[in-house]
Ligand binder design. Structure first.
Ligand code: DAH
Length: 358
């Protein structure tokens, strides 16, 4: 065979193989092309190779060089086609299989817990009334939870059975029950530091804020509080409060009522009524219970009052110069009233069918 004839046969083979591998778009056609061109016994590459022996001896090196080039090209084309087919199997959508009219799978979007939504809305309303958000720790000492709030050592609210004291604090004391009523009314006789408890009210944050800055103060604080109550439709051992505090010169009870009325109208609607009932809290004087009526039902939402001079003194404010009001409202109650939820436990069962409604 002459060199030109051999080279022409090689070229033709190279073109045919390239076309066959490019067209192979599934495993069967790829295998057929492999056998046709690269088959070990009777593949076309093999039969062209057999012609190499009949090329003139002088031309054989050139013919062999070209043969090797074409062989590599064909093998590369095969490999590429194989990778393409493999990728298709691994899930890459090939144009032919893509149907743009098939509806997509909807994402299941999570949503905010109704209490989180309520807290965001309360912050928003109170923000418009000029109150900024203050934060405080959920683990508290007795000074901030009781003492500075004018709750003396022998007050029933400090009973260990009414609070979640922390076990490590008990261990530090060495005696499990001597926590609430330390002798002498001063700092508890703690061995390894003051007893700690989960805060039972957000009023703690009033103290922390006033300790850290001078009046005027106009803050709210929203967060969890803890009490060892048995869970029922209206009680849960953890719930949320919104605490409010405004201290300045010449603040009066009328300001308190105006702010709470504006708040209630924004949260529940213009058709809300608000009512104060005389009450007692150690940290306010006078003190009131705050009721709201919306759609003809009165509900107690929390307590409020004028900050007791003892509290102002405890944080270093002069009660002759400054007065203030404070309030603490139950966030769950506000949320439940708005959405007509009748059992607080529903909020904490984590049933997405319930939570997904809000
Ligand atoms: N801390 C009170 C409670 O948990 C609620 C409260 C009453 C907060 C009167 C106040 C207040 O700031 O002035 O029951």
């Amino acid at each position: 065979m002459s060199l030109p004839a051999f080279l022409a046969a090689l070229d033709e083979l190279a073109q045919a193989a390239a076309a066959a591998f490019a067209a192979a778009d599934d495993a069967a056609s790829l295998e057929a092309a492999r056998v046709e061109f690269l088959g070990a016994k009777s593949g076309r590459l093999k039969s062209v190779q057999q012609g190499l022996g009949s090329v003139d001896g002088a031309d054989r090196p050139a013919a062999g060089k070209r043969f090797n080039e074409v062989k590599q090209q064909i093998q590369a084309a095969f490999q590429e086609a194989q990778e393409r087919a493999g990728a298709g199997r691994a899930g890459v959508v090939r144009d032919r299989d893509f149907d743009p009219t098939v509806p997509g799978r909807p994402f299941r979007l999570g949503r905010l817990h109704p209490i989180t939504q309520t807290i965001e809305e309360l912050k928003d309303i109170m923000g418009r009334l000029g109150f900024t958000v203050a934060l405080g720790p959920e683990i508290e000492d007795e000074w901030h939870n009781f003492e500075a709030l004018n709750i003396p050592a022998d007050h029933p609210a400090r009973d260990p059975l009414e609070n979640f004291y922390l076990a490590s604090a008990q261990a530090a004391l060495g005696a499990p029950v001597a926590l609430g009523a330390p002798a002498g009314g001063g700092a508890p006789a703690a061995v390894g530091g003051a007893p700690l408890l989960l805060r039972s009210q957000t009023s703690t944050v009033q103290v922390r804020v006033m300790e850290s800055r001078e009046p005027p103060v106009r803050i709210i604080s929203l967060g969890r509080v803890y009490r060892p109550d048995t869970a029922d439709a209206t009680h849960y051992p953890m719930f949320h409060q919104m605490e409010g505090l405004l201290v300045d010169r010449r603040v009066t009870m009328a300001d308190l009522k105006s702010v709470l009325r504006l708040f209630a109208a924004s949260y529940l609607g213009a058709d809300v009524h608000i009512r104060f009932r005389p009450s007692f809290f150690p940290f306010t004087e006078p003190s009131v219970e705050v009721d709201m009526s919306w759609k003809d039902r009165w509900i107690e939402f929390g307590g409020a009052g004028m900050v007791d001079p003892n509290v102002l003194r405890a944080v270093g404010y002069d009660p002759e110069v400054y007065t203030g009001f404070a309030f603490g409202l139950g966030v769950e109650r506000l949320c439940m009233r708005r959405h007509s939820i009748t059992d607080i436990r529903e909020l904490y069962k984590n049933d997405v069918r319930f939570l997904g409604q809000f």
